[in-house]
Design a protein around this ligand. Sequence first.
Ligand SMILES: Nc1ncnc2c1ncn2[C@@H]1O[C@H](COP(=O)(O)OP(=O)(O)OP(=O)(O)O)[C@@H](O)[C@H]1O
Ligand SMILES: [Mg+2]
Length: 490
Amino acid sequence: MECANAENFSKRRDYLCFESTEEIKLPRDPLQQIIGQPEAVRIAKIAAKQRRNLLLVGPPGTGKSLLAQSIAFHLPAPMEEISVLHNPEAPERPFVEVRSAEKIAEEQKIARQSQGKMVEPSEVPSFVAERLGFRCRRCGRLSRATEASCPNCGLDKYSSLQSPFSDLIGTYLDEPRRQDRVHTTRSAGDREEVIVYERHGEKIRVLDQAALERIDALKRSRPRKVLVPLERKSFVSVTGASETEILGDVRHDPYGGHSQVGTQPYLRVVPGAVHEAHEGVLFIDELSALNQVQRNLLTAMQEKKYAIVGKNPQSAGASVRVDGVPCDFILVAASNINDLSYILPPLRSRIIGNGYEVLLETQMPDSPQNRAMLVQFIAQEIRKDGRIPHVAPSAAEAIANEAARRAKALDDASNSLTLRLRELSGIIRLAGDLAEAEGAPLIEKKHVEAAVKRGHNIEEQLKERYGSIWKANVSESALNPKPGKQKEIS
Ligand SMILES: Nc1ncnc2c1ncn2[C@@H]1O[C@H](COP(=O)(O)OP(=O)(O)OP(=O)(O)O)[C@@H](O)[C@H]1O
Ligand SMILES: [Mg+2]
């Protein structure tokens, strides 16, 4: 069923112009999937375009994480790869190297060229095909290298030419016949050049002088470990307050990085989230929980580079340090209103100085247009879940009514729809499970009503069962008296 344009909704129930939410077309852009937060979405677009920081403040389930992820969707793909290189003079001070996408592509091209050219056994000189085990030295017939004897004359291709007196002298006149690699020369214009033929399964790889020189150059290049690869996500999320997770570390080596038995220091360097988020978004949930690490984060944001050092003083990693590892990220941090005072003032000032603080909405006006947005949200949640049926119009209306009830109950907002959408999403899933258990093709109004009832939290359930939470407490202590009190009674 085609819906009228949302702006032309004239009646209250115009938004229910569908038979199932399966018909609802969803926007591809994740920012357009965020409903009821137009200001936050507007600022998120600016943040992505201008690389600004964001502090998102709001209650749980209002879309803070969703917004942060959507910003990353709007960023161009990373253009730099970060590696650490072995430093032969001072292994505990590995070098850092940043390679651009073009440089990597160029080096990959050289690496491909240094792999030489694959040819058929018939395309190489006959003595090469013979030594590599493709050609019979008696009849000249070509056959697979895995076949030990010639299919034409039956000669054992791999046995050496034996002298008629070998029994007496007990030795071979010739070297074993099959080789994996043949070195030879060929004339290239007025000079001779080295050429190598290598057996590769049933084909032969030809490495000319240029390819051999490239292989030599690759071998001479410094050993490296890629810390932050070019192919990576632009969104890095930090949930814990672990210093090593955020700033990186150098792993311990029981052999102290000994050049023969230990692991070289550059191989033990681990990037932090600040480095992995280079060119992308670093999302920190509960910024205030970082405590002292907020200071390091501030330095990383100011310098756009942060040294990786071993964090554990007892570990062999403590003596290793990689300076200047790039970390140019957009910081998107989330916080509860109550925790704002625990955010380091200079860090907040840094965010405001180069970004925005956004207070998320907890409700939106109850209009047919906003109800239509809620229907889009329902369709999104069902597609995300993937295990529950779509929603009938009557059920969509029941969900919207529940959103209105919640706006009043949680935020004392009349004529509004709640934007605490994680909890509403829970109701949709519960209703979906009930419909699924019944084998119903769509979620109907009755499923939503049952889900609303079952979805009550423990406080609401206590009120329903005992009349009030106080009464519930009284009944609980009568049934399960505390051990101390039990003694008194006895
Ligand atoms: N404005 C919104 N538009 C669409 N869906 C939303 C919105 N807000 C929340 N949701 C839904 O609720 C889920 C939870 O949202 P999200 O994780 O972004 O909340 P949050 O604010 O980060 O919560 P928390 O403070 O608990 O981390 C999302 O995955 C999404 O399904
Ligand atoms: Mg979150």
